[in-house]
Write a protein that binds this ligand. Structure first.
Ligand code: ATP
Length: 210
C-alpha cells in the first residue's frame, strides 16, 4: 500500500491573460507535517490551495495524491448562516453524512472545545466575533476528520494569544496524522509550520523586484 502523501512536480499556474503566478514548484506534503504556503499578497497562496483542493487545474506540472479520501478547507473569510447556532454549523456536515443527532452533537461539542468555543455553541452565527467565526470554521472542517486540511490565513483576525492557541491546535492535528497546509502572512504562524513553501518573488514568474 502506498503511504499517504501529496507530491507536486513542476507546478505552474497563470490565469488566462495574466502573468505567470508561480512556476516549477516542487514539494511533498506528508501526514504529521504542517506546511506553510508563505509569500507576499497576491503571489498565489490561495490559488495553490485551490489547486490542492482539486478546484482548479494547474496550467503545468503534476500533482500526485495518495490516500487522500477527504479534504477539509477553511476559507480566509468565515461564511455562515446568520440565524443558525455555532453548534449547528459543526453538526450539519456530520448529519448530512448520516450521523445520529446525539453522536453529532457530542462530537461537535468536543471539537469545539478544542477551539475554546464552548461558550459560543448556542449563539447564532451573526453574534460571533471575527475570531470566533474563524475558529468555528476550523472546528467544522476538522469534525469530518480530513486527510488533507487546507487553511487560508487562519490567524489573520485573531489576537496573538488566540492565534497561538489555533497554531498549537493545528500542530496537534498534524501530529495526529492529518496533512495540514496553511496559507499565511503571519510570521508566528510561519514559525509554527514544520515546512514552508516559499512563494516569494522568485516563485512569482514574471514579477521581478522593481
Ligand atoms: N479567477 C481568477 N482569474 C484571474 N485572476 C485571478 C483569479 N483568481 C485570483 N486571481 C489573481 O491571482 C493573483 C493571486 O491570487 P491569490 O488569491 O492566490 O493570492 P494570495 O497570495 O492568496 O493573496 P492574499 O495574500 O492577498 O490573499 C491575484 O492577483 C488575483 O487577483
Amino acid at each position: 500500500m502506498t503511504a499517504t502523501h501529496v507530491r507536486a512536480t513542476g507546478l505552474t499556474h497563470r490565469f488566462p491573460g495574466t502573468a505567470t503566478l508561480f512556476a516549477d514548484l516542487d514539494f511533498e506534503l506528508l501526514p504529521g507535517r504542517i506546511t506553510g504556503v508563505c509569500g507576499p499578497s497576491g503571489c498565489g497562496k490561495s490559488t495553490l490551495l485551490a489547486i490542492l483542493a482539486g478546484w482548479l487545474e494547474p496550467v503545468g506540472g503534476a500533482l500526485e495524491m495518495s490516500g487522500i479520501h477527504r479534504t477539509g478547507w477553511v476559507f480566509q473569510n468565515p461564511y455562515g448562516v446568520p440565524a443558525r447556532t455555532a453548534l449547528d454549523h459543526v453538526t450539519l456536515p456530520l448529519l448530512a453524512r448520516g450521523w445520529e443527532r446525539s453522536a453529532a452533537d457530542a462530537h461537535a461539542t468536543a471539537v469545539m472545545a478544542d477551539f475554546h468555543l464552548d461558550q459560543a455553541a448556542e449563539r447564532p452565527f451573526r453574534e460571533l466575533s471575527g475570531g470566533e467565526s474563524q475558529r468555528l470554521m476550523l472546528a467544522r472542517a476538522l469534525c469530518s476528520a480530513p486527510d488533507l486540511l487546507l487553511v487560508d490565513e487562519p490567524t489573520a483576525q485573531l489576537d496573538l494569544s488566540t492565534a497561538a492557541t489555533v497554531n498549537a491546535t493545528l500542530g496537534n492535528i498534524a501530529r495526529d496524522g492529518t496533512i495540514v497546509v496553511i496559507a499565511t502572512h503571519d510570521p508566528h504562524t510561519r514559525e509554527a509550520c514544520t515546512e514552508v513553501i516559499d512563494m516569494d518573488r522568485t516563485a512569482c514568474g514574471g514579477t521581478a523586484p522593481r
